[in-house]
Write a protein that binds this ligand. Structure first.
Ligand SMILES: Nc1nc2c(c(=O)[nH]1)N[C@H]1C(S)=C(S)[C@@H](COP(=O)(O)OP(=O)(O)OC[C@H]3O[C@@H](n4cnc5c(N)ncnc54)[C@H](O)[C@@H]3O)O[C@H]1N2
Ligand code: MOO
Length: 399
């Protein structure tokens, strides 16, 4: 492990490049009902105009604008509801039309019914019409041959609606990334078990499994391994079977019981980085056989922050997704940070009255800080901060 600290941006770029080199994977066609959260493997071009024909945006009367002057009286020559086909509009007449109904050929405006006095089959206009009034023209939403979504886009509910609107009932997507999650540490027990002296509950496993699922991954295993060299090797080999990526926690610092490094070295290749970030300094990056591995630090807050800044873009790159930039906001600090640090600090914070407040306990073991936080405030190495100074903030909501 080199003693030189890598910047967060350098680490991100290296990880993204590695992900992009292994990008893509297997493409499959799925029905829309199964497409939520999946990453498009194709550009989507519309084969039709949406709406497919000019139609009325309101309940009212379709008219020829040039005939529809204030006070004019017009007979109602037909009624058009959504789903019925209109006849051409007879000259000198109006058509009763309902929202969503196709405009009769010849009509070029709709007068809303509130601006009309109807007596029997005749209307009198209380307002003049202009061409285009209350009409949703053909292709207003989507023009035929236009690209509506691009490969690499992760599908959201509104995208599924849009796909249906252009007559797509299936899409080509990448298969989810299969991730093997391994928690290392002899002190770990799962919630539900009794805590014996020296033990702590495994909080990283459910947190990371949930983060991975949120990113669209399929978590294929969630094992735990004690701090033991042979077992670590064995569990890592097993994790590599059938996984596209291995994520481990713990065992990446310099302690005597940190066996992940040696095991990865024996089974593949390992780079260990010290990243100039706090929390989240030590990170292992390598492969077991041909399967890439990210070794996150064991401290839960470190694992969380390193996941958001480094693993998320790796998953996007690997999974064929567009890699999103970090979204920063600039806001005034409500806090005092007198002692400049040696690493960029990602302190857990909240915005209150437009100013950034820190959680009082910033230990990388204190997961309460992340639960409380709405954002991470980035305090660059070497900087001290006074109240009122502008700071860069990463809202957690972007993830
Ligand atoms: N002499 C040095 N010591 C440490 C350094 C260093 O540079 N020199 N770096 C520190 C930093 S920074 C971090 S972060 C940690 C990373 O340590 P490891 O990744 O080796 O993690 P462990 O030692 O296994 O565990 C650290 C801490 O986290 C707890 N832990 C681990 N796994 C879990 C889990 N699944 N759920 C909940 N808590 C977990 C573990 O019990 C330890 O308390 O190293 C520093 N040391
Ligand atoms: O980097 Mo460690 O993550 O400071 O606690």
């Amino acid at each position: 492990m080199t003693n030189q600290l890598l910047s967060v941006e350098q680490a991100r770029q290296t990880i993204i490049a590695e992900g992009l080199a292994r990008r893509g994977g297997v493409v499959e066609s799925v029905p829309l009902e199964q497409a939520l959260g999946r990453v498009l493997a194709e550009d989507i071009v519309s084969g039709i105009d949406v709406p497919p024909a000019d139609n009325s945006a309101m309940d009212g009367y379709a008219v020829r604008a040039q005939e529809a002057l204030l006070g004019v009286i017009l007979p109602v020559s037909q009624t058009v509801a959504a789903g019925t086909l209109p006849a051409p509009l007879a000259v000198g007449s109006a058509a009763r039309i309902l929202t969503g109904a196709e405009l009769p050929p010849g009509a070029d405006a709709v007068v809303i019914q509130e601006e009309v006095e109807r007596t029997g089959d005749v209307i009198e206009l209380r307002a003049a019409a202009r061409p285009g009034d209350n009409i949703r023209p053909r292709g207003q939403d989507i023009a035929r041959h236009s690209r509506v979504l691009s490969a690499g886009h992760r599908l959201r509910p509104q995208d599924l609606g849009l796909l249906a609107s252009i007559n797509r009932d299936r899409v080509s997507v990448y298969q989810p990334i299969k991730v093997a999650l391994l928690s290392t540490g002899s002190e770990l027990v799962e919630p539900g078990a009794e805590l014996k002296p020296g033990q702590i509950y495994n909080s990283n496993r459910p947190m990371l499994a949930a983060l991975l699922s949120q990113c669209g991954c399929q978590v294929v295993s969630q094992d735990r391994v004690a701090d033991d060299a042979a077992q670590t090797r064995q569990m890592l080999s097993r994790a590599a079977e059938g996984a596209d990526l291995i994520v481990t926690t713990g065992g990446v610092s310099v302690g005597d019981e940190d066996h992940v490094k040696a095991a990865v070295q024996a089974l593949g290749e390992l780079s260990l980085w010290k990243i100039a970030m706090k929390p989240g300094k030590p990170l292992a990056f390598g492969r077991v056989g041909s399967v890439p591995l990210v070794g996150l630090p064991g401290n839960p807050v470190s694992a969380y922050v390193a996941f958001q800044l480094l693993v998320r873009p790796l998953l996007q790159a690997l999974g064929g997704q567009r890699v999103s930039e970090l979204e920063y906001r600039q806001l005034p600090a409500a806090f005092h940070w007198p002692r400049a640090g040696r690493r960029d600090e990602y302190a857990r914070a909240r915005v209150s009255d437009g100013r950034v407040e820190l959680y009082p306990q910033q230990s990388s073991g204190a997961l309460s800080s992340v639960v409380w936080a709405e954002c991470l405030v980035c305090i660059p190495a070497g900087a001290s901060i006074s109240p009122g100074e502008l700071v860069q903030v990463l809202p957690l909501a972007q993830w």
